[in-house]
Unconditional design. Structure first.
Length: 290
């Protein structure tokens, strides 16, 4: 089965860069240079805190956290709004925002603000999160993170589209409120659900995109096929949908392999050390983007 059969929107592979693979001191120069070179987007990871006692990993089959608790963390949407003010074309995304850790009023306002100040360049990658200890530190039960995320997403969508919103649910309860202004993108900025679990794929199939981890074209094709079946079962197969993930590409022949796998966007980090990021971006652009 070809990529065109698997995904309803693959019109030329898009390329983003992973800001999480850089020291924050390099984010601004990398973003400005990525826009100049023709990259489509930049993506920033999200955490509230890193407890000293951490276990688990977002990567299936691994038990060790991929980052130490001393990793510098910035407010995701505050930082992306800063980058929006320094750029004009490149899209600004989260990979992924832990939306369930926030009250939906806070999350909806942060996303709406980025979309407005960037003139409609916000991309929202959201997920339940892998770090259970972070949820406990925030006073929340990590066993509820999937249900809490689903309810928060529902509320955000309503805040972004409805004149008056009232909600009485499992985790959030409020009388009628108004939320203005609405995001610039209609009906809302694209929501890419992140994660590799079966639950994450089922959730992604109900939204506008999936954000995966590191893949090969072969492993990506398996995931895309799973998503296509899930979307068909949900009656969503005809709707616009994007597949974004990390992976390697060395030249035009690799681009074709990713496109045939059904991938919409490849988020890359073509550098070994943060101080080499600009040179790496330029080499990648010369080899692939042109």
């Amino acid at each position: 089965m070809s990529g065109s059969d698997l995904c309803c929107l693959v019109v030329g592979l898009k390329f983003g860069i992973a800001l999480s693979r850089l020291h924050p001191s390099r984010h601004l120069e990398a973003t400005i240079e990525a826009e100049r070179l023709g990259f489509e987007s930049v993506w920033m990871a999200d955490h509230l805190v890193f407890p000293l006692d951490m276990s688990g990993s977002p990567h299936p089959g691994e038990d060790m956290p991929p980052v130490p608790p001393s990793t510098p963390v910035y407010d995701t949407f505050g930082w992306l709004c800063f980058l929006a003010g320094k750029t004009s074309r490149i899209r600004l995304g989260t990979n992924v925002f832990l939306l369930g850790l926030r009250h939906p009023f806070v999350a909806a306002r942060a996303i709406q603000t980025l979309d407005l100040v960037s003139d409609g360049r916000a991309e929202v990658g959201g997920g339940a999160g892998w770090l259970r200890q972070e949820w406990r530190a925030a006073g929340l039960d990590p066993a509820t993170r999937g249900r809490r995320l689903d309810e928060a997403l529902e509320i955000c969508r309503r805040l972004w589209t409805e004149d008056v919103v009232e909600h009485h649910g499992e985790f959030f309860d409020f009388d009628p409120v108004k939320f203005e202004p609405k995001p610039l993108q209609k009906p809302w900025p694209r929501i890419h659900v992140g994660g590799e679990s079966s639950a994450a794929l089922r959730r992604a199939a109900l939204h506008q995109g999936w954000y995966g981890l590191e893949h090969t074209p072969e492993s990506a094709a398996v995931r895309v096929q799973e998503l296509q079946f899930l979307r068909q079962a949900a009656g969503r197969e005809a709707e616009d949908f994007e597949v974004s993930l990390g992976g390697a590409v060395d030249g035009p022949e690799d681009v074709a392999r990713w496109e045939n796998a059904g991938v919409t966007r490849l988020v890359v980090s073509p550098w070994r050390r943060s101080r080499d990021c600009i040179e790496g971006l330029r080499r990648f652009a010369d080899r692939v983007l042109t």
